[in-house]
Design a protein around this ligand. Sequence first.
Ligand code: COI
Length: 356
Amino acid sequence: MLNETTSINVTLTKNSHINEVDWSNIPFGRIFSDHMLVMDYANGEWKQPEIIPFGNLSLNPATSAIHYGQSVFEGMKANKSENGDVVIFRPELNAKRFKESCERLCMPGIPEDVFVELVKKLVDVERDWVSTKEDYSLYIRPFMFATDDYIGVKPSETYKFVIFTCPVGTYYSEPVSVKIEEYYTRAAAGGVGMAKAAGNYGAALFPAKQGQLKGFHQLVWTDAKEHKYIEESGTMNIMFVINGTLVTPSEEGDTILKGTTKRTVIEVAQSWGMKVEERKVSVEEVVNGIKDGSITEAFGAGTAATIAHIVRLGYRDEILDLPSVESRTFSNKVKKYLDDLKAGKIEDTHGWCVKV
Ligand code: COI
């Protein structure tokens, strides 16, 4: 039975390509480190995990995940401090969300402590790939998919769990402009919106492309029933500073991802004595708040996106500009705080950085 002391076979690559990487130009998600962790599930149990050289997987064309979407993933980051310590930021939150995603997609879970241990083991092998450069980190992508060779529709009996890593810079290279979406829907109550299911991202591509054709980086999703309330934005949770209060859509219902960065921003704001509200946020409140100046900051929060300033919001035929990035006291301060924390420049009083 899998537990946190399960041994891992490690086969190191004989052909590391780390010296071929142009560290001054790292596009997000296109460069992969040397190794990956692979673990199979069959006959009701997880088999021994292995760390092997990064490479292609071989799949039967009937692999059920490809047809019916039993596929979930996570995203985390590892950072390195000047003294060489490598830390992963709050991986236990991702482990919990991964388990919840698996449950919703009828997939076998991985005990949370084991998930964290596996992530740490791979990052340990790849520690040379963690850059100390500002705004750079090692993005960690764990995922699981159904591997039965069967095209009948039913939960698969076999699965593959894989973790690989990519050195990355920022996901958005500039502050973002977003459009409020009032027709297409990301998630409905009772659906899979709270899960990090691969299909959620596939379903968002077409609507997002329509927004991009109009010049926006991302959409702001609204509730499926009335398109009256803000939910999240593209690859990030969305947060506002309204009259000095940090406001973000609540996770009630099952349509919003429980973001690690969002949770962290909330906890940091509270520890700084700032008022925080997790509640329904209407489109009307946001549009009026930008117009009357009560919204002073808007940003996306996500592992890949980190803190992404929102500078422009499209609503129907209107384009609303938000205050300048330089004027944003809270989001700039929280971004610096989190960067410094991960880089080991300030004390980790919350115990969020898990050392590898
Ligand atoms: C993350 O922030 O880790 C995500 O999963 C977003 C991703 C789709 C790029």
